[in-house]
Design a protein around this ligand. Structure first.
Ligand SMILES: [Zn+2]
Length: 255
């Protein structure tokens, strides 16, 4: 029963995350008014607001004005639901599940806002830093010292990368938004998690960037948002990467 319940819970939360992704960059309240079609302003009734299912039944269009609904809506709902199951499976109890589910929900909102608007919203990343630190006192897999080191390493490394990159190119590579995001990731996952997110995120980002340059004719001036890659790295660490890092460190250690 467990996985089914957390899957449905994830779908419902995902539906709310869609509201956050749409409204936070516009500085609108995420609670009022209730969901409405951005074109005809008609309020969306509960039966048209069922995660994924309504999108399929309506053929991806508003019931009233037939305006196209972005496929981002069912995508975010499914993504949230799958993360909900994944975190449920690795958690030792309800507290750990809730903390890391909230953390990944925040990463999903940040990633989709960054993809669309090229900003990491401060209203999520900044409160996320003390929240992750506070949570470390209640979680089995992280100590408060590790959380603090994660914040310092996460924020510190990106600060260094920004400074060095600017020194050589006089341009901003990563932004202050990425700095706050990686500090938040470090708060929840510790210093190893921050390092893993940065390295795997930079690797994935570089591969995609290179592909876009080769295939789509992008230039180095076209910027890829880095937030989604840091977030992917963080999720990867949470759902298995942590064990990979420990294994890697164990083979480095002299016997
Ligand atoms: Zn409409």
């Amino acid at each position: 029963m467990g996985p089914v319940i957390v899957f449905l819970f994830g779908l419902i939360v995902g539906s709310f995350l869609n509201v956050c992704i749409h409204r936070i960059p516009r500085s609108e309240s995420v609670l009022f008014p209730p969901s409405h079609c951005p074109r005809c302003s008609r309020r969306i009734t509960w039966r048209d607001n069922i995660p994924v299912l309504s999108f399929l039944l309506l053929g991806g269009r508003c019931r009233v004005c037939r305006e196209k609904i972005s496929p981002r809506y069912p995508l975010v709902e499914l993504l949230t639901a799958f993360f909900s199951i994944g975190i449920f499976l690795i958690s030792s109890g309800p507290v750990e599940y809730l903390v890391y589910f909230i953390f990944t929900a925040a990463l999903i909102v940040i990633s989709f806002i960054d993809l669309q608007h090229r900003i990491v919203p401060n209203v999520i990343s900044i409160p996320g830093i003390p929240l992750g630190f506070l949570a470390s006192f209640f979680l089995p897999r992280i100590t408060w010292v590790d959380s603090l080191l994660g914040i310092l390493l996460g924020g510190g490394i990106i600060y260094l990368v920004i400074a060095v990159y600017y020194l050589f190119t006089r341009r901003e590579g990563m932004g202050a938004g990425d700095l706050k995001l990686l500090a938040m990731i470090g708060a929840f996952l510790g210093w190893k998690g921050a390092a893993f997110s940065l390295v795997s995120g930079a690797l994935a980002g570089s591969i995609l960037g290179l592909a876009l340059i080769l295939v789509k004719g992008w230039t180095r001036r076209d910027q890829i948002p880095f937030g989604p890659f840091l977030s992917l790295g963080a999720a990867g660490f949470l759902l298995g990467g942590a064990r990979l890092v420990d294994w890697y460190l164990s083979i480095l250690r002299p016997v």
